[in-house]
Design a protein around this ligand. Structure first.
Ligand code: A3P
Length: 312
């Protein structure tokens, strides 16, 4: 499927026509989830591939065979992409499904479902930089122009997959409406990978021995994944992802935005963030990790599924 220059607009959100069609998007919104499904939900560039790898390794008890022989899209297909139905029909184990769709588009399908939903969030400044670089390599996304130009579009939500703010607020504010919901941040995964793998294994009710946990952690480290062709997208032909323009496994760092943002751009994002997030009780941990004085954010998942405000 080429359609590299096609944009599919669905419920006012743009999607790359390369992988999305009206039919595939309708398939996603009308999907019948099974209670045994695990659903990874992310805004792009928030650690989707990393969570796919963690789940693969948790389910295989640290054995890397599947992670090293099956591409991530074949083991955890994107629900809204045209090939999903074929992949799911061919699979016989518990289904792992990935999606970038905003909450309001999947809410009807998820209603009353006991599927396990894992939401991964990442600092929007790092997301914007990562997404910018991905636009430069991915020939199915528009040319991003300068970073400044891209950032303006990103803050307005005028990019593929829509607004970061709407995505994060939509999913987290409805955490209580989803029966099995785990919220985790990319920053937490960077800071404590072992603890994060344990959290996922607990949530999936798939306990690991210490050796299995160590193996899983080893194979989902940035350095392992960078070399793994099943997740670093080097399997995708050059005309679709131009590997001469960058690497999918680019830096894998928290706070790398500081190497791209000007002070003015950082202030602009802080201002837009403050105004867009006033109606959200969500507090992210990343600001604590970066030791800034900006709003501190956390989200209590261990005791309940309800967001709370914590100044850490
Ligand atoms: P950077 O571009 O900042 O390096 P997604 O899978 O949602 O598209 O996200 C891609 C981002 O996650 C990239 O960020 C990539 O490097 C990062 N990433 C993937 N695997 C990772 C890992 N094991 N550790 C840290 N970051 C990882």
């Amino acid at each position: 499927m080429a359609r590299l220059d096609v944009t599919e607009t669905f419920h006012s959100i743009m999607f790359p026509g390369h992988m999305h069609t009206k039919d595939s998007l309708n398939y996603a919104t009308n999907f019948e989830f099974q209670d045994t499904d695990t659903v990874i939900v992310t805004y792009p560039k928030s650690g989707t591939t990393w969570m796919q790898e963690i789940i693969t390794l948790v389910l295989s008890k640290g054995d890397p065979t599947i992670a090293q022989t099956q591409p991530n899209w074949a083991r955890a297909p994107w629900l809204e992409q045209y090939y999903c139905d074929d992949v799911l029909k061919a699979s016989n184990g518990p289904r792992v499904i990935t999606t970038h769709l905003p909450y309001h588009l999947l809410a009807p399908a998820l209603q009353n479902s006991k599927a396990k939903v894992i939401y991964v969030a990442r600092n929007l400044k790092d997301v914007s930089v990562s997404y910018y670089h991905f636009h430069k390599m991915a020939n199915f996304l528009p040319n991003p122009g300068t970073f400044s130009n891209f950032l303006n579009h990103f803050l307005k939500g005028a990019v593929h997959y829509g607004s970061w703010f709407d995505h994060v607020k939509g999913w987290t504010s409805h955490a209580k409406d989803i029966q099995n919901f785990l919220y985790i941040e990319y920053e937490e995964m960077c800071q404590d990978l072992q603890g994060s793998v344990q959290k996922v294994s607990g949530f999936l009710q798939c306990p690991l021995t210490e050796d299995e946990l160590n193996l899983a952690q080893k194979h989902c480290s940035f350095n392992s994944m960078k070399e793994n062709a099943m997740v670093n997208y080097t399997l995708i032909p050059q005309e679709i992802i131009d590997h001469s323009k960058g690497k999918f496994m680019r830096k894998g760092k928290v706070g790398d935005w500081r190497n791209t943002f000007t002070e003015e751009q950082s202030g602009l994002v802080d201002d837009v963030y403050s105004s867009q997030m006033t109606d959200s009780s969500l507090l992210f941990k990343w600001e604590c990790l970066e030791k800034t004085v900006r709003p501190l954010m956390s989200f209590n998942t261990s005791e309940s599924h309800t967001p709370r405000t914590v100044l850490a």
